[in-house]
Write a protein that binds this ligand. Sequence first.
Ligand code: GLU
Length: 437
Amino acid sequence: MSQVRVRFAPSPTGFFHIGSARTALFNWLYARHTGGVFILRIEDTDKERNTEAFLNVIYNSLTWLGLNWDEGPKAGGQFGPYRQSERTSIYREYLEKLKAGGRTYEKDGAVYFKISGEPQVIDDAIRGRVERTEEKDFVIVRSDGSPVFHLVNVVDDITMQITHVIRGEDHLSNTSKHTELFRAFGAPLPVYAHIPLILKQNGPGKMSKRDQGALIEEYEQRGYLPEALVNFLCLLGWSPKDDSEKMPLAEIIRRFDLPGVNQTNARFDEKKLAHMNMVYLLEQPADRFVALARDYLKRKNTFAAGWPEDAYFRDVMLLSQPKVKSIEELPAYTAYFFTEDFAVDPKARDKVMGKGDPKARLRELADALKTADFSSDAALEQAVHAQVAAHGVGLGDYIHPGRLAISGTSVGPSFYGLLRVLGRERVLRRIERLLAT
Ligand code: GLU
């Protein structure tokens, strides 16, 4: 069989959403799985609704997700141009072919296509045999001279030598018009693969770009990992036979195939996506996690935003990496590392300072930390344990007021990691400050 050629054909009329990304991904995966060609084609014939801004969102989102295109705007290719607004002469040429074959007529300034009325049967790679018969001639060029979606879509699929049309099930009802046109042009049909809809998280109905969590750009801004999103998206309508979920991209590419795409609709689940992202975040190499954290914190107006990119910043982020569920938690989770003016949780304070003699314990803790070795968690642990033994108190008698003094809260990273990263100077200063109140 000849090389697979698939295309993602968005209309830049709105933001790039989960459904578009999933269609792009399935095409890209199929191309990569088969060693084929992934084409980006911009369906921008509707001049009024298309904007350059939306076009850039498409390029950026595809690039961020890692869905590189082999042919298309910016990439070039021998079947261009790849924007429909630049292909007018090609459509005119194809329209002439239909006219010459006696398959058109004009009415009220519009050009109509004369249907054959034959049953249109396709063997859809996902849905199986689908039969539909067109009953009415339809417009292919509007009275203002602009060609209609059905015509340009088919002409481009023919001229770009598309072998597989992988698109949303909402286009299934257009397919009989398209196959009528393919046959009228005497062109072989591509293989069709109509992928199931994505239902909105709550309630019935298809997910739309207005639904919460629908926009791809938002995930980038929220510090999500594109590979986590790709992993999540591939499971929206496709599943490997053994129900694996988290898979490296190379494995997804190896296993992805059209017969594995479900016929039943998929449901968007924001929690599942957040969880997938957390699992990916946990295993990020240090450099990548720190870079993600830095980008995000820079964009947010927090104390960390202006902090230099030094070893301290890095230590703070690596201490937090196993503890946060998302990059978005970092500003709040790490605030006290970057300011002396951090909030103190009143509940934690009342609880910790309200029983026993916490100030005496803090004094003893400070004494131990004055001479302790701050270079490792183990050394710090040893120093605190020695003080526990010397004074015959519980470990918690040091840890609870100690944590409150240095971080203002009762939750956070391990106590010894916290001491190590904050460093002797900050730790002692903060303990003295609490003792002075
Ligand atoms: N421009 C169409 C859309 O955005 C693409 C249709 C197709 O893939 O054939 O839905």
